[in-house]
Design a protein around this ligand. Structure first.
Ligand SMILES: N[C@@H](CCC(=O)N[C@@H](CS)C(=O)NCC(=O)O)C(=O)O
Length: 232
C-alpha cells in the first residue's frame, strides 16, 4: 500500500495530532514539507486543498483537510472512538478540551518572552489539569474514556509530551497525567514514530520563520526583519 502523504510546514503544529493518529494506526506516511510560497501556490493550484489550508492528508483515495476531521476519521479507523455513542462524544469533548489546553504549547515558539510563555503553560495546567486528573480518577486511572485506549488518550499524550519537553517538571503535581503520558509514549507504534525521522523537533525560531516564508506573512515583531517575507 502507498504511504499516506501529509502536507504541512517543516514542523509539528496542527499536523502533529494527525501524525500521532497515523502512528497509532500503524499507517505508513511521509511528511511533504512546503519550503516557500511557490510550493503553497502550487498546492492550491492543484485543487487538492478544499479550503486552501494546511495540513492536507492524502490517504488512500481521500484528501482530508481540517485536523479535527483527520483525528476523528483515524480514531474510527483504528477503533479508538470508545465503544458507545456516549463514549464517542466523551472522546470528542476531551479532544476539544485538549485543543484548548494545548494553545499555550502551540504559541510557545511564537512568543518573545519565554518566561511569559512558560507562565502560559503553567496557567493552562492550572486551568485544565485538575479536570483531566478528575476524569482519570473517576474512570479508575488508566484511560480517559471507557476501559481501553482511545483517541482521547493519544491526543492527551501528544499534548502532554510537548508540555514536558518545554517544561520537564510541569507534571509533577499531576501524577495520573504523568502516568498517562508515559503509557502513551511507550505504546509500540507511537514509540516507533517518536524515534523515526518523521518526528519534528520542538518548534523553535526556525519553525516560525519557515511558516512565515510559506504563508508570506510577518514574523513576530521581536524577530529580525519581521516583514522580510511580505510580498511587494
Ligand atoms: N482548523 C484548521 C485550521 C487550518 C489552518 O488555519 N491552517 C493554517 C496553517 S496552520 C493555514 O493553512 N493558513 C493559511 C490560510 O488559512 O490561508 C485545522 O485545524 O486544520
Amino acid at each position: 500500500m502507498k504511504p499516506a502523504k501529509l502536507h504541512y510546514f517543516k514542523g509539528r503544529g496542527r499536523a502533529e495530532t494527525t501524525r500521532w493518529m497515523l502512528a497509532i494506526n500503524n499507517i505508513d506516511f511521509i511528511n511533504i514539507s512546503l519550503e516557500d510560497h511557490n510550493d503553497f501556490d502550487n498546492l492550491k493550484a492543484s485543487g487538492k486543498l478544499p479550503f486552501n489550508q494546511l495540513p492536507l492528508l492524502e490517504l488512500d483515495d481521500l484528501r482530508l483537510s481540517q485536523s479535527s476531521a483527520m483525528i476523528s476519521f483515524l480514531a474510527r479507523r483504528g477503533d479508538l472512538y470508545g465503544t458507545t455513542d456516549a463514549e464517542a462524544v466523551r472522546c470528542d469533548m476531551l479532544v476539544g478540551a485538549v485543543g484548548d489546553f494545548n494553545v499555550s504549547a502551540m504559541q510557545f515558539a511564537f512568543k518573545a518572552d519565554k518566561d511569559e510563555a512558560s507562565r502560559d503553560l503553567d496557567a493552562s495546567l492550572m486551568k485544565f489539569g485538575k479536570h483531566f486528573e478528575f476524569i482519570l480518577t473517576q474512570n479508575e486511572g488508566e484511560f480517559l474514556v471507557g476501559q481501553k485506549l482511545s483517541v482521547a488518550d493519544i491526543i492527551m499524550g501528544e499534548s502532554l509530551t510537548s508540555f514536558i519537553e518545554f517544561s520537564p517538571t510541569c507534571l509533577n503535581n499531576y501524577p495520573q497525567l504523568k502516568q498517562l503520558q508515559e503509557e502513551v509514549v511507550s505504546e509500540h507504534n507511537i514509540n516507533a514514530y517518536l524515534n523515526s525521522g518523521n518526528r519534528w523537533r520542538l518548534p523553535d525560531d526556525q519553525y516560525v520563520i519557515d511558516i512565515a516564508r510559506v504563508l508570506c506573512r510577518p514574523l513576530p515583531s521581536h524577530m529580525y526583519e519581521p516583514n522580510r517575507f511580505l510580498e511587494g
